[in-house]
Write a protein that binds this ligand. Structure first.
Ligand code: UD1
Length: 365
């Protein structure tokens, strides 16, 4: 009998992460898999576009949970997931990253005694004010198998007493990037946006701490206005941010566009003079594409990108944003390989088969 996996996804970064894993699971003997989409992200540009571009299989279950306060959203997922898990009886539930979908997937499975595999385990920002930090800490402590992108993440887990079931496997986003770049038409994408290679900035801002407070968001937009004096800025706006930006006012030479798919985003990131972001996953993709990054956050989980000199953390002060961007554009440090080689999906499937075999908890049973 094959190892039966169920993978829970709900938000944009999870679609990118799970695509190579879904491909690997369907290609390998001895393991099968289905997707559950919680419905956390539901707009066409936030969900369906990713499923079609990344050639993700249609989810077997669509929970249609939608938006709400964190408690309402997570609670609705838990209620639905219990029913699906009980009906499907998976051998393992796979959950990615740090969203509300991630923690709901793990909590429901753990309470039903189903082994949980957490991919992208062990990351820490040390900021408990971030919902993502709470989600990932709880998920790591519920998980039976913990797949870390690098040694720093495994060390964080050791410091919290988690040593069983931990494997350093690299990062699935690297696999996804390798796959996506094969189909990317960079000249066409640049022409579509009316920009020249190396002479524009790509920006994304959506995190709650940067958008919930109007003054904070205004300050970031002022920073972008300064940056736009160097080169124009393309800013695909998350649905959370779009109305807020329009309300405050769009700075000159900053172009607000709809959220873009993975291929288009990666084409733009690869040819930008620098990327300004508060996203987690994007910081790695920017690194792999050898573009300098300015991260508008007080902490990052991706500390290795900062240590390598390719990523700068800045406050929301407009002058700090502009100064860091000028520095970033001017610097080209060495580029060590970080977070794996793009073959993480294979390692995860190997490890799942090795540690779970047919059925049951990975430890002594
Ligand atoms: C979530 C993750 C975040 C991740 C981000 C990627 C959590 C706590 N956060 O944040 O870590 O970086 O996804 O995009 O899970 N909305 C729409 N259409 C959509 C989705 C959301 O309009 O398709 C609106 C919602 O109405 C809500 C806001 O965007 O007002 C926030 O959505 P939500 O899924 O709660 O969190 P994200 O900000 O997307």
């Amino acid at each position: 009998m094959s190892l039966k996996t169920l993978t829970v996804v709900g938000a944009r970064p999870e679609f990118v992460q799970t695509a190579p894993l879904a491909r690997e699971i369907s290609a390998r003997p001895g393991i099968t898999g289905d997707l559950i989409h919680t419905g956390q992200h539901y707009d066409y540009e936030m969900s369906e576009l990713f499923f079609s571009q990344l050639e993700l299989p249609e989810p077997k279950f669509h929970l249609g949970v939608g938006s709400g306060s964190h408690g309402v959203q997570t609670g609705a997922m838990l209620a639905e997931l219990d029913t699906v898990y009980l009906g499907e009886q998976p051998d393992v539930v796979i959950t990615h990253g740090d969203t509300n979908s991630t923690v709901a997937a793990a909590l429901s499975a753990a309470k039903l005694g189903i082994p949980v595999a957490h991919v992208e385990a062990g990351l820490r920002s040390w900021n408990r004010g971030m919902p993502e930090e709470l989600n990932r800490v709880v998920t790591d402590h519920l998980a039976d198998l913990l797949y870390c992108p690098g040694e720093a993440a495994a060390e964080n887990l050791r410091n919290e007493g988690i040593t069983e079931g931990v494997a350093i496997v690299g990062d699935l986003m690297r696999d996804s990037l390798r796959w996506t770049m094969q189909g990317v038409d960079v000249p066409k994408t640049l022409a579509d946006h009316g920009v020249s290679s190396g002479e524009f900035f790509f920006a994304t801002i959506h995190r709650a701490e940067n958008t919930d407070d109007r003054d904070v968001l205004r300050s970031i937009l002022e920073g972008l206005a300064g940056v736009a004096q160097i080169y124009p800025v393309i800013l695909p706006a998350h649905p959370r941010t779009r109305p807020l930006i329009h309300d405050i006012g769009v700075p000159p030479r900053v172009e607000i566009i709809e959220p873009v798919g993975h291929a288009e985003a990666m084409a733009l990131v690869g040819d930008a003079a620098a990327v300004l972001t508060d996203s987690g996953g994007l910081q790695k993709e920017v690194y792999w594409l050898q573009t300098p990054c300015v991260t508008v956050r007080e902490q990052t989980e991706w500390v290795e990108t900062v240590a390598a000199g390719w990523n700068r953390l800045v406050t929301t002060d407009p002058e700090a944003i502009e100064a860091a961007t000028r520095e970033a554009v001017a610097s080209r440090p060495a580029h060590p390989e970080l977070y794996g080689d793009g073959h993480t999906a294979e390692r995860i499937v190997d490890h799942l088969l090795m540690s779970l075999g047919r059925r049951g908890k990975p430890t002594s049973e």
